[in-house]
Ligand binder design. Structure first.
Ligand code: FAD
Length: 439
């Protein structure tokens, strides 16, 4: 029996969830008693839900349990920056050549379109087809923008290079020297989106929330243990992001990096008139991997994400959150010096399951067990397509996209602790030191 030692927790106050509609309504029950299902999916984030939706579509008679330790929207899927990124992104693999970029783009746009269809069908709010800016504040990072723009040009992707007054008019701040705008990115409230998707699940999928899996006796059939119950299934799919190594089928592959976000109150009509007149909602990611992500949302809030901590304990302490909040204030006030009286209403943390070579886990260790993890900071879209194609893979459906995923998954080895922690902290510290005004 494999015992799970580390469990997800709510790290901070979750701004997207708190501002999403009906966010206090339970979407599933807490598990109690003994249950039998054909398939158990652990993790009800974008990856797990996408797997459940597609698996149920292909196997309408299969009885599927979808299980989460938290409420849907409380996990990392509801805590991220809400970028549905179409063109490959610097967090997802550093330098990408044009051919690979085109293949990744095909997968990304496939996943965005699938999410868009659910959004339309279920009327999920806060979906914004705003594009995104990759921006630089430091002149030494202009070369990274140029490299990105060159790659986009070679691969034939639409983009626009902006600077000076033109950029200031788009963003309502003159903080950035230059930016590359790509129009296909979508911005969302990720908690509203992930909770909305649950409503698309057919009756054959039973959702259990607030039901941490405490251990697994591997079979088949496999028996999942809970406080007050158990569940057996011949197929177990693990979609638990940074917690995946807890289930005994994956080791030395993930680097759990915490990052943090803050969301302000809604700006007043006066603040909008004085500082954001004619400014449409926008999202900025940084030309430097340790830089800040910033958004001006459809509900007139400002969002800041930055600070990276390597936390093998898989939870963030209040001290870590406070440290991040301090940095968020500094980053916010540097960009919006006219809004220093605007407070953050929410500050929270969440995990990026990083892999050293940026390849995700998409594996079948055998006996009906499947694992997906390691989405490297772009898991809204990547988790959506990995989940979809995992369901195809298990159901025996072949495709070029599945072949591409199989070929390009498989993270490289990460040394065990203490080497892992020492190495990761050194690397993150060095990156943070170089990021300067991008943070
Ligand atoms: C601050 C921040 C900003 C980010 N910004 C973006 C962004 O803009 N765009 C983007 O694409 N990605 C972004 N990411 C990354 C993205 O959020 C993740 O890649 C994505 O959430 C992965 O989805 P998932 O479903 O695989 O994992 P998760 O969303 O983490 O879902 C896994 C689920 O497993 C559950 N679980 C774990 N252990 C157990 C257990 N023992 N029993 C039962 N359930 C368990 C957890 O509760 C969790 O809900 C960001 C991440 C953070 C932290």
């Amino acid at each position: 029996m494999v015992r799970v030692e580390k469990f997800p927790r709510v790290d901070g106050t979750l701004g997207w969830l708190e501002t999403a509609p009906s966010s206090r309504d339970p979407l599933g029950e807490q598990i109690r008693g003994q249950h039998e299902f054909d398939v158990a999916i652990i993790g009800a984030g974008f990856t797990g839900i996408s797997t459940a939706l597609r698996f149920a579509e292909l196997n309408p008679s299969a009885r599927i349990a979808l299980i989460d330790a938290l409420r849907v929207g409380e996990g990392t899927s509801g805590r991220n920056a809400g970028f549905l990124i179409d063109v490959p992104h610097n967090l997802d693999g550093g330098k990408t050549d044009a051919d690979e970029a085109r293949l990744l783009y095909g997968l990304n746009t496939f996943a965005i379109q699938r999410l868009r269809e659910y959004k339309d069908r279920l009327d999920i709010p806060y979906w914004c087809e705003s594009g995104k800016y990759l921006a630089a504040h430091e002149s030494e990072n202009l070369s990274a923008l140029k490299e990105f723009a060159d790659m986009l040009g070679t691969a034939g992707f639409d983009h626009e290079v902006l600077a000076g007054e033109g950029l200031r008019r788009r963003l309502g701040t003159d903080y950035y020297l230059s930016a590359v705008y790509t129009p296909g990115n979508v911005l969302v409230n990720p908690a509203a989106l992930v909770r909305g998707l649950v409503k698309a699940l057919p009756k054959s999928v039973v959702l259990f929330e607030k039901s941490p899996v405490t251990g697994i006796e591997y079979g088949p059939p496999h028996r999942l243990r809970f406080v007050g119950g158990s569940l057996s299934a011949r197929t177990v799919i693990q979609a638990t992001n940074s917690f995946s190594e807890e289930f005994g089928k994956l080791s030395n592959r993930l680097a759990p990096v915490f990052t943090y976000a803050s969301l302000t109150r809604r700006l007043s009509d006066d603040e909008i008139r004085d500082h954001f007149k004619n400014v449409a909602p926008w999202g900025v990611t940084s030309a430097h991997p340790a830089g800040s992500t910033v958004r001006f949302t459809v509900d007139r809030r400002l969002f800041v994400r930055n600070t990276l901590h390597f936390l093998p304990e898989l939870n963030a302490s209040p001290q870590r959150l406070e440290e991040a909040w301090q940095q968020h204030r500094r980053s916010f006030e540097a960009r919006f010096p006219q809004l220093t009286t605007v407070d953050f209403e929410y500050t929270w943390g969440g995990m990026l399951a990083m892999t050293l070579n940026h390849a995700p886990v998409f594996s079948s260790p055998g006996d009906g067990v499947y694992v997906m993890a390691g989405c490297n900071g772009v898991g809204v879209v990547k988790g959506t397509y990995l989940g979809y194609y995992m369901a195809d893979y298990i159901s025996g459906i072949k495709s070029k996209n599945l072949d591409f995923i199989l070929k390009n998954s498989g993270p490289s080895w990460v040394p065990p602790d203490p080497l892992r922690t020492v190495g990761a902290r050194f690397r993150l510290g060095r990156e943070a030191g170089h990021a300067k005004g991008e943070v």
